[in-house]
Ligand binder design. Structure first.
Ligand code: FPP
Ligand code: MG
Ligand code: MG
Length: 327
């Protein structure tokens, strides 16, 4: 749990998250076809960290927290995220998500794509009720999500270094929505523009760090801990940061690992197990962690223009959460 509920802010945020939960389930249940309602509600009911709604609620703390549409904005962020997971699991051929069968594993790719589209459309309907400034921000983040995912699929172009491609991809596919979530909260609560911009900058850095922590966990944590399959990136030939570091020309040593990684696109069985074991022991893990820590420091520094107080403290402790998360 990200929030414990000891302070006034935490109690307020917990109450907000409960409202978000009710609204999310209601949204899925509103699908006119009961089969669509079941599919659309599948991952929502399975859970998830609700990181994005939490960020929206924290963003709103810098304005009028009871501002109209704050809960709706948090719901929009989680609906977009859930839609993107429906699609991502198709692309990654994932079988597990949030500890349950992925939508594609249970109902097939076509249903997963269509239900993802429906969730996105549902988010668009809800965002029509938000502040006018929220609409272009939301549209831009959705565009970046798709662009990031496509660039990951296509890979770096000839002249582009793999590491710079990687950072461009994760900032689009992951940081964009994290950043949007914070900003939507600030916008809905009528916070000053400078606050929204500082929160957006913080979100971009936090989002990149969050995706790096995801790459690390893919290598170190079990499927049971993750609620999704361990080593999946490797299995489908998507290179996370530790792998890219090993493949970089400047990386010293790790010869066996390098030859395993530069061989087949995707990996199975013993080769997959051996590669995971070697990665776990390689210096690339500490190096990737160092890059993540730099991003977390940049996230903290972005909080500079914000007024001090419990909301800013909560954002600082989220950096700690990303640095130490195990699932
Ligand atoms: C997870 O990455 C994927 C994302 C964070 C973004 C997915 C975006 C799309 C599918 C574009 C479509 C967007 C919309 C709005 C419908 P990952 O595969 O590295 O993480 P994982 O380990 O959690 O699967
Ligand atoms: Mg995936
Ligand atoms: Mg993916």
């Amino acid at each position: 749990r990200l929030v414990v509920g000891e302070s006034a802010l935490e109690r307020r945020v917990l109450r907000g998250l409960e409202q978000v939960e009710t609204r999310l389930l209601k949204c899925a249940g509103e699908a006119e076809d009961p089969r669509l309602a079941e599919v659309a509600g599948h991952l929502i009911a399975a859970g998830g960290k609700r990181l994005r709604p939490l960020l929206t609620l924290l963003g709103a703390e810098f304005g009028d927290v009871r501002g109209e549409g704050v809960i709706e904005a948090a719901v929009v962020a989680e609906l977009i995220h859930t839609a993107s997971l429906h699609h991502d699991d198709v692309m990654d051929e994932a079988l597990l998500r949030h500890g349950v069968s992925s939508v594609n594993a249970r109902w097939g790719n076509t249903v997963a794509v269509r239900s993802g589209n429906w969730l996105l459309a549902r988010a668009a309907r809800l965002s029509a009720s938000l502040a006018p400034e929220a609409i272009p921000l939301q549209a831009e983040a959705s565009e970046r999500l798709v662009r990031g995912q496509l660039r990951e699929l296509v890979g770096p172009d000839g002249a582009e270094r793999r590491l710079s491609h990687y950072f461009a991809v994760i900032s689009d596919k992951s940081a964009s929505l994290i950043s949007l979530s914070l900003r939507l909260g600030a916008v809905q609560a009528g916070a000053p523009a400078g606050v929204g911009e500082a929160l957006a900058a913080y979100g971009e850095h936090l989002g990149v760090a969050f995706q790096i922590s995801d790459d690390l966990l893919d290598i170190t944590s079990s499927s049971a801990e993750l609620g999704k399959e361990q080593g999946k990136d490797l299995a489908v030939g998507v290179a996370g940061l530790p792998v890219l570091l090993v493949l970089d020309d400047a990386w010293p040593g790790d010869e066996e690992l390098r030859s395993l990684l530069s061989g087949a696109q995707a990996m199975r069985g013993q080769q997959h197990e051996r590669t995971l074991a070697l990665l776990q022991r390689s210096g690339c893990m500490a190096r990737a962690r160092g890059i993540m820590d730099e991003r977390l420091a940049a996230a903290r520094a972005s909080l500079g223009p914000l007024p001090p107080g419990p909301a800013r403290k909560a954002l600082e402790s989220l950096c700690e959460f990303v640095a130490t998360r195990t699932a």
